[in-house]
Design a protein around this ligand. Structure first.
Ligand code: MOS
Length: 719
């Protein structure tokens, strides 16, 4: 039986806080951790079917135009050109094959063919020696070279910001630039496809199997029920595996043509070309306030880029409408259509760079107005969503700021350039954290077995975030079992379709579906022992109600199965849903070289119920580390002549390494959100990134008096 819930109203039930087993929220170790450290968790490229052939993607060497001719590839089994594999790298939306057809090229580095051979080395050699004749077209590759689109739905204006700026006691009007960024997940994209008659099984690194299945069926031109996707272990995604990419489509096409399984793995450099990037942004922020720091006007104008026919654009201003109050407001969202690689969702699309820049502007306004940066924010937190008046589902920005200031020692802050230790200026900075929250439809099946064990099955993925563990914990809690008695099976489209991992919605969405499935099982147990579900206590394999106490093996005959189906409902619209927090950083800036070292960093976060304190904390540590990257190191540079990615491996694209990251401190505020389903848990994965870089940049200013508005803040921009 399926228990279905549409989240149309509040849920104030505090049952999960008082369950007998007491495992929810506990900092359990990852269930699959031992498999991963022992090398026994098989990632996409690690399966070894018999008779496997290897494909290497061939990439366009021109920014736009056509392939006229491709030469032979001695030593290869095949050179495959097929319009279905040309370009599939989007943010997770189903994409149609590009209009340009099999020979069309939209950006330099795009996949144009696949060379297949008996070994990877032979395929790579043949691919490198392939001669390709092109007809090149001249196209714009730099955002400032085109007149941008202004989609009407993405612009908004309330009041008169220009006037508010003129009449302001204090104001800021500045422009920031952030470069293209890459997800750069540890596991490069890879896929192995194998056909059995008209059915194909594809193992790949993917984040959202149920939508990936639709996309793949569409790409290959087959029915979804002929397709099985497997992604039991995924070595990180950060958005780059939200949608299907060229490697999995190419592997499926080649495997069908050759009648044998085919693996296609990208090199690290290929990932930088073929997986999508985060768009570079140009952001103009205008802020106006009166003498006591009350914001009277705010404006956020963003320019981003993408390919001419792509539906995604970096939602830079996503949190701007509801973070701070101000009567006069303006949001501008402009898209430059240029021929760099596809731009898509990367690690907190929107807020990662939008909140970061906005929070730098708030620091500048605080400075201009002579108001403490924390106070400026506290004075401008709205009671309800500005303009619409919608209530917040839960809102803990005030507490996050106050608690953070106390824990970090904010009152010790001194004016800029006043702390010099040897040759290092020391400074501290802070920023608000905010990220939109959403639920996504999700299903799961749970089976309780007579021996007192349980199995959770859903096509949800665990991209390193801890999904196996939290879903196991939830089932253990609800069914009264020790956590090690629950087996969790994920990453297979033969299981019920789940939300997938993306947009911070994975844990709460799939967790709610497991909760509902377990509720259904509890209903059946209560019925079997003749009590109300509400009177039932399940603990350590025992069922108790009143003075009845039975072991589950007495109650369960064979197995009991329950399915859960969660759907977002009216609360999506009735309430503004977001997660909140605050970021704090202390940096040292070398007065001679401009080198920045982050000495201390702390985040305070409110995300509703925390499902596992350890995996939740790890998400925040990762997010804050990316914040350091955004502030100090990460930049994907494009060649200005042809748009192609110049920094395209981890030697040139600088992710913060261990020496760049001090011990990070994470605190969670106690919170239950009634409007986001029975778990009362919101998304957390991306909150740690949003604004983290601003705390670092504001600390740099406090240390040495330099504002860097051209990210990242490398030494040359500080010295
Ligand atoms: Mo995320 S960038 O939605 O994986």
């Amino acid at each position: 039986m399926t228990r279905h819930l549409r989240v149309d109203g509040p849920n104030h039930d505090d049952r999960l806080d008082h369950m007998a087993q007491g495992v929810i929220g506990q900092p359990l170790n990852r269930l699959e951790g031992p498999l991963k450290v022992a090398g026994r968790a098989t990632y996409a490229a690690e399966a070894r079917p018999r008779n496997l052939a290897y494909g290497v993607l061939v990439q366009a060497a021109i920014p736009a135009g056509k392939v006229l001719e491709i030469g032979d590839a001695p030593g290869a089994l095949a050179v495959i050109r097929d319009k279905r594999m040309v370009r599939f790298a989007a943010q997770g939306m189903a994409r149609k094959a590009p209009k340009s057809g099999p020979d069309g090229i939209d950006y330099m580095g795009q996949a144009i063919a696949l060379v297949v051979a008996d070994t990877f080395e032979a395929a790579r050699h043949a691919a490198q020696n392939l001669s390709v004749r092109y007809a090149r077209e001249d196209v714009p590759v730099n955002p400032e070279d085109v007149t941008p689109e202004l989609p009407p739905k993405k612009q908004s204006k309330t009041g008169d910001l220009d006037k508010a700026m003129q009449e302001a006691a204090f104001s800021v009007d500045q422009v920031w630039h952030t470069p293209s960024q890459m997800a750069a997940a540890m596991e490069p994209h890879a896929a192995i496809a194998e056909w059995d008659g008209d059915r194909v099984t594809i193992r790949a690194g993917l984040q959202m199997l149920s939508s990936n299945k639709e996309q793949m069926a569409d790409a290959l031109g087959i029915r979804p029920d002929k397709l099985r996707l497997l992604a039991p272990y995924v070595g990180g995604g950060f958005g780059s595996k939200l949608g299907i990419n060229a490697e999995s489509v190419a592997a499926a096409i080649a495997a069908q043509k050759l009648g044998r399984p085919v693996q296609v793995s990208m090199t690290r450099q290929q990932v930088f070309d073929l997986a999508h990037r985060r768009s570079e942004t140009r952001q103009r922020i205008r802020l106006a306030c009166d003498a006591d720091g009350t914001l009277t006007g705010l404006g956020h104008e963003a320019l981003v880029s993408n390919l001419p026919d792509d539906g995604f654009s970096e939602p830079v201003t996503q949190a701007t409408p509801f973070t701070y109050q101000a009567a006069h407001r303006q949001v501008v969202h402009a898209i430059a259509r240029i021929h760099r690689s596809c731009a898509g969702s990367v690690r907190a699309p929107g807020e990662a760079v939008g909140v970061t820049v906005f929070e730098c502007a708030m620091d500048e306004l605080a400075e201009a107005a002579g108001i403490d940066p924390v106070d400026l924010r506290l004075r401008n937190i709205p009671e309800a969503e500005p303009v619409t008046g919608r209530p917040f589902s839960s809102h803990k920005l005030t507490e996050a700021l106050q608690e953070g200031a106390k824990l970090f020692g904010w009152s010790d802050r001194r004016p800029a350039k006043e702390r010099l230790e040897g040759e290092w200026y020391i400074g501290i900075g802070m920023a608000s954290a905010v990220r939109v929250n959403q639920l996504v439809e999700s299903r799961a099946r749970v089976t309780l077995v007579q021996d007192g064990s349980a199995i959770v099955e859903t096509d949800m993925t665990d991209i390193g975030t801890g999904t196996y563990t939290i879903l196991g914990q939830l089932a253990a809690e609800m069914l009264g079992l020790p956590a090690d008695r629950v087996e969790v099976k994920l990453g297979d489209t033969q299981f019920p379709p789940a939300a997938g991992s993306g947009g911070s919605f994975g844990a709460a969405s799939s967790g709610n579906s497991v909760f509902l499935a377990c509720e259904e099982i509890r209903r059946q147990i209560a019925k079997a022992i003749g009590c109300d579900e509400g009177d039932l206590t399940l603990q350590d394999g025992m069922a108790r109600a009143g003075n009845v106490s039975k072991s589950l093996s007495e109650v369960v005959e064979g197995t009991i199965t329950g399915e859960g189906h969660l759907e977002p409902g009216k609360t999506e619209k009735s309430h503004r849903q977001a997660t909140w927090g605050s970021h704090w950083a202390e940096v040292a800036v070398n007065r001679w070289t401009g080198e920045v070292r982050v000495r201390r960093m702390m985040g305070v976060f409110a995300c509703g119920r925390v499902l596992n304190e350890k995996t939740a904390r790890s998400q925040c540590l990762g997010g804050m580390t990316f914040g350091i990257g955004i502030a100090l190191t990460e930049a994907m540079e494009h060649d200005r002549r042809d748009g192609h990615a110049v920094s395209r491996d981890l030697a040139e694209y600088h992710i913060p390494c261990h020496a760049d990251v001090p011990p990070l401190e994470v605190h969670f505020l106690q919170e239950r959100d009634a409007y986001v389903g029975p778990l009362q848990a919101k998304g957390l994965g991306e909150l740690g990134i949003c604004g983290a870089g601003a705390a670092v940049l504001n600390a740099i200013y406090n240390a040495c008096g330099v504002r860097v508005r051209e990210l990242p803040a490398t030494p040359d921009k500080i010295i």
